[in-house]
Design a protein around this ligand. Sequence first.
Ligand code: VG1
Ligand code: CO
Length: 543
Amino acid sequence: MDIRTVSTQPFPDQRPGTSGLRKKVRVFQQPHYLENFVQAIFDAIPDRQGKTLVLGGDGRYFNREAIQTIIKMAVANDWGELLIGRQGLFSTPAISHVIRHYRARGGIILSASHNPAGPEQDFGIKFNGENGGPASEALTEQIWAGSKSIERYLIAEIADIDLEHETELQLGSTRVRIIDPVRDYADLMEKLFDFPALARLLQGPFRMRFDALHAITGPYAEEIFEKRLGAPAGTVQNATPLADFGGGHPDPNLVYAKPLADLLFSDAAPDFGAASDGDGDRNMILGRGVFVTPSDSLAVLTAQARCIPAYAGGLHGVARSMPTSRAADVVAEALGIEHFETPTGWKFFGNLLDAGRITFCGEESFGTGSDHVREKDGLWAVLAWLSVLASTGLSVREILDQHWQRFGRHYYTRHDYEELPSESAEQMLAGLHAQFPVLPGQLLAGREVAVADDFSYTDPIDGSVSAHQGLRILFTDGARLIFRLSGTGTAGATLRIYHEAYVREPDQLHRDPQRFLAPLIQLGKDLTRLEPLSGRKAPTVIT
Ligand code: VG1
Ligand code: CO
């Protein structure tokens, strides 16, 4: 077998964002572009020789071509074994589990998550380490540095591999195994949850609908809900993963999973509805006529963890990303367990999970998970909610109502302004930051500012510091207003404004969040001079 050394030149734009390198498919299709980045990853793993690499993606357009290239490069770069999902597929949480289960050195995930797919849309690639979690900030920076000085990459001159069937073959000194992408993950879920109890729930009068949005969770959800738990056929909809996700936007929220949301708010509503995103790590939870915000979901699961066998013994602690509402903190304090606030992105939970300091973690962006893997996990969250419903016999609405009565309610909404010119987005944030020194003590929208700062995080385990993680205005009554730019977009800049207000009064628990938060929403627009600087009157997406 011939190994070719190909000379190449760096691309200046291969800095990974919140979750790997995401670009338009056309960018990845440029000669050497994918190869350069993959070689930069391999060069940052000097101990890879003879070790196992897991490989798979969410099945989006360009997945198959990219996998074939990566296989040839992995063979040329001395990996000992490749574990590849059949048809090149793996959900993000499943790959995280497979890395851990087979003690691999790491994995490459091909996905742009909830971003649309197709020849004119997005593609992405990221590396997860031996704990199954996204590469740390330090490793990510090292990969980026490598991409800026790369001069060559190595690739084996071999034919494409048939990925359709489970099989094993030897390519030079690399063993290649094509494995079922679903089985190990479904087995793990069966260990964590009480499947007989969930089967009784799903085979009774209880009705649920899961929308896979034509993305990766279809085969996983069918195996778990319909085959193993015996839910009626049709419980899982849009279950076939398509290369363009059916032309949709596989982002589980009220905007992009509208048909499911409409169903849950209709007269024909089932008891429970859920959806996941392109790569299977996000989740949306709905009850009949009710939507659970992801921040509340983390808090509810933390409060109800005893309903799930794997966590019945208690939780070590809980963590949330900084923009996520503080609902989980209130529960953690009541339970007497630790709670942490980390920057946006799952990689920041890794050290806390590995150190056994937290058991649950979550993000406002429809991400919830536990220490069973090192990624957020959409289907895990759905099974966790089903466990709570099965164990308490209550409806989603009753669970939420009781939760708010006990802990108070954190009204919450995020407004996204997508595809802004990068310059004006940065101007808005700079203008906002310049006002920070004089804000404390001022009365804004009827609330007194306690702190205005640029969030910086010191990892409690390894002491590493991550600065500039979002601008925060904290009010004395517990309300918060947060601003940051997205690190996952592929066109222009996306400004995210997060609004939160906390109430305990029983007569204030059932207000409309957009109306309740209106003064904070207006304040966010005023402070950034959003309309004069961008011409935008309304956000692109509200969640
Ligand atoms: C967004 C979310 C963040 C999440 C990230 C990856 O990042 O806000 O909470 O971790 O997407 O999720 P940003 O930088 O665009 O705000 V996924 O499902 O794309 O892996
Ligand atoms: Co995702």
